[in-house]
Write a protein of this length. Structure first.
Length: 356
């Protein structure tokens, strides 16, 4: 069993902790929080060992009725791998602590690429993370772009990617970012940071990206134009994408014409927190003009990187090859949207039965 510690139990950290707990080959060593807020109480209710991320604040947890298992250094020392889910910039500050205990660490896309030996996307460069001491799982948008670029590049070759990213203004709980009543070029300069970030996965890729920030909290939406090296039909591209386990090609006739309905679909289907781990590509948007592919896709910023964190753990510990890890992660989490998607519960039962 791989013992995994999660430092930071917010939007990403709590999802990583749940995902790790669902894996038959992993054990959650504990989670670290900076304060005893509602998320800390929830973690304790779930039976997750709680550690104080800031040792000086440990007494605050006791005052709030939360028993801690120790401080973050003890969690790092006890874990085989630590997943850093702290706010952007904090992970880089924590790297020295992880290195002092010789504990391999996974960082999130909010950190600079230099924080780790390699940036990671399971579909594109799994093997680059095998045996690494520090890995950075790229951001939600870069994850979404990489999941499309990888199969397109393999099947047809990619000459150029042009992407306009319409980005949510904040996550649902980030009330410090609102109320918002504006549409912002973000950044105004071109390219946005997303193109260079994708090149940490595909170093030779020609890609230009532009970003907009809008007053929404649900999801990001990408408008993509990809010039392919081969002449193919839209139907062929659609068939290719439908074969990708972490891409959901939305069928015509489902009435899923926006991010709000996609989230409602996930909630109705029993997805935990209404999470959508997959890229959601509108099937009817897939079109070809010569060698130019056009499509729209939606990316759930709170959850699409969660399967990637699980796969990164296996890659770093050399516990499975890419195909085996992706299949196991998908099966245990219930990745794979259809007309009847599943959440953690049923998928975990099926996974445990299959592993018996």
């Amino acid at each position: 069993m791989i013992r995994v510690g999660v430092n930071g139990y917010g939007t990403i950290g709590k999802r990583v902790a749940d995902a790790v707990s669902a894996q038959p080959d992993m054990e959650l060593a504990g989670v670290a929080k900076t304060q005893p807020n509602f998320e800390a109480h929830t973690a304790v209710d779930l039976g997750y060992p709680m550690y104080a991320a800031i040792p000086e604040r440990a007494p605050l947890f006791a005052e709030a009725g939360i028993e801690t298992a120790g401080v973050v250094d003890e969690l790092v020392a006890d874990a085989d791998v630590i997943v850093d889910c702290t706010p952007s910039g904090v992970g880089a500050e924590n790297r020295t602590m992880y290195a002092s205990y010789d504990t391999p660490a996974i960082f999130q896309g909010g950190e600079d690429a230099a924080v780790a030996e390699t940036s990671f996307n399971a579909r594109a460069n799994y093997d680059d993370a095998r045996g690494a001491d520090a890995v950075r799982v790229v951001s939600c948008n870069t994850t979404g772009l990489s999941r499309l670029v990888a199969p397109l590049s393999e099947a047809y070759g990619v000459e150029k990617v042009r992407a306009t990213l319409v980005r949510r203004g904040g996550d649902p709980t980030q009330n410090s970012r609102g109320p918002i009543n504006d549409i912002l070029p973000n950044p105004i300069s071109i390219p946005s940071h997303h193109g260079p970030d994708v090149r940490t996965i595909f170093p030779d890729l020609a890609i230009d990206t532009m970003g907009l920030k809008v007053p929404a909290t649900l999801m990001h939406v990408h408008a993509l134009n990809v010039t392919l090296e081969s002449d193919v039909t839209a139907a062929h591209v659609r068939q290719l994408l439908e074969g990708e386990s972490r891409v959901y090609v939305i069928p015509e006739g489902f009435g899923l014409d926006g991010a709000g309905k996609l989230k409602d679909f996930a909630l109705d289907a029993g997805r935990p927190r209404g999470d959508i781990w997959e890229n959601c590509v509108w099937g009817e948007s897939i079109s070809m003009e010569g060698r130019d592919l056009y499509l729209f896709q939606a990316i759930h910023q709170e959850s699409d990187v969660i399967p990637e964190n699980v796969d990164a753990i296996r890659a770093m510990t050399d516990a499975a090859d890419a195909a085996e890890s992706i299949e196991r992660t998908n099966r245990t989490l219930g990745v794979g949207l259809s007309g009847d998607p599943t959440g953690y519960g049923d998928a975990q039962v099926e996974a445990e039965a299959a592993d018996d």
